[in-house]
Ligand binder design. Structure first.
Ligand code: AMP
Length: 282
């Protein structure tokens, strides 16, 4: 595996590969890799002759400096995992490389970045769009891989690609879960043993609510039930639990059709903020 920390040598290397007709897959991550990330690497390897994984904890997408500071970092283990997975290139730039000039560009995605994550993490998606734009321009991949775990992020990036005409094909990869259903996340590493057990409340809320929606219970009633179960569990705090149209994330009170809607949730478990979602079509 080739490892780059600087943009220009990476560009030169990839240009050489492009001349040899290589197709390039990009997997952007913030490191502390788990099986969810590795499924993105596998998806890229299956469709491209060369896979580039980036590890970069992007400061501009953190609206909370304590969250940025506490974000898990594990470069040595990540590097070994990527080698074992057969990743071709690791790009792991320092801040001075990604933000050599002060960032002034802000993105506004209209309603899409004001709801759900956007409401609770102001500025988050602007930072995501900025760093993803930089990565797209640096790597110039044919395909870029993102997880459905961050469903709203997928919508934002898809809008970014559409509006700015980035010549890259977006690919989305299903959520990888632990055996009890908890969505894999780098942040799970920060959970204490007892909080790790409690964290399944996000998945349980989604799964139980999905079953109830399918059997005809109205969403407002289901939402009250979820709020109640969070209130009854010590050490967890619900931020949002919503039903939305999966195409534009318009919030809904009722299911329009099962193949068009998604349930989304965010909550603190201990001091750790977790998100998850579930499509109703599956
Ligand atoms: P992160 O390192 O958290 O920024 O995630 C990097 C990429 O991995 C994003 O596209 C995430 O959506 C994706 N990802 C994170 N967790 C999972 C998971 N449990 N299953 C599938 N993809 C994931």
């Amino acid at each position: 595996m080739e490892i780059f920390t600087e943009i220009e040598p990476l560009r030169a290397f990839l240009n050489g590969k492009r001349i040899q007709q290589a197709s390039i897959g990009l997997v952007p991550t913030m490191g502390a890799l788990h099986k969810g990330h590795l499924s993105l690497i596998r998806a890229s390897k299956a469709e491209n002759s060369l896979t580039v994984c980036s590890i970069y904890i992007n400061p501009t997408q953190f609206n909370n400096s304590a969250d940025l500071e506490k974000y898990p970092r594990n470069v040595e283990v990540d590097t070994e995992l990527l080698k074992t997975e057969g990743c071709d290139v690791l790009f792991i730039p320092p801040n001075s490389e990604m933000y050599a000039v002060k960032d002034h560009i802000k993105f506004d995605f209209g309603r899409l970045d004001k709801v759900l994550e956007g409401e609770f993490r102001p500025g988050h998606f602007s930072g995501v769009a900025l760093v993803v734009s930089k990565l797209f321009n640096i790597v110039q991949a044919d395909r870029a891989y993102f997880g459905q775990k961050d469903f709203q992020q997928l919508q934002i990036i898809s809008r970014l690609v559409e509006e700015l005409k980035f010549p890259v094909k977006l690919k989305s990869v299903p959520i990888e879960r632990e055996s009890d259903g908890l969505a894999m996340s780098s942040r799970n590493q920060r959970l204490s043993v007892s909080d790790r057990k409690k964290a399944v409340i996000l998945f349980d809320s989604l799964r139980n609510s999905k079953a109830k929606l399918k059997s005809g219970t109205a969403f407002p009633e289901i939402k009250q039930e979820v709020i109640r179960s969070f209130n009854e569990t010590v050490g967890v705090k619900l931020e949002y639990f919503e039903l939305a149209d999966k195409k534009n994330l318009t919030l809904l009170n009722n299911v329009t059709s099962f193949d068009q809607v998604i349930l989304l949730i965010a909550a603190f478990v201990g001091g750790v903020r977790l998100i998850d979602n579930m499509l109703l079509e599956d």
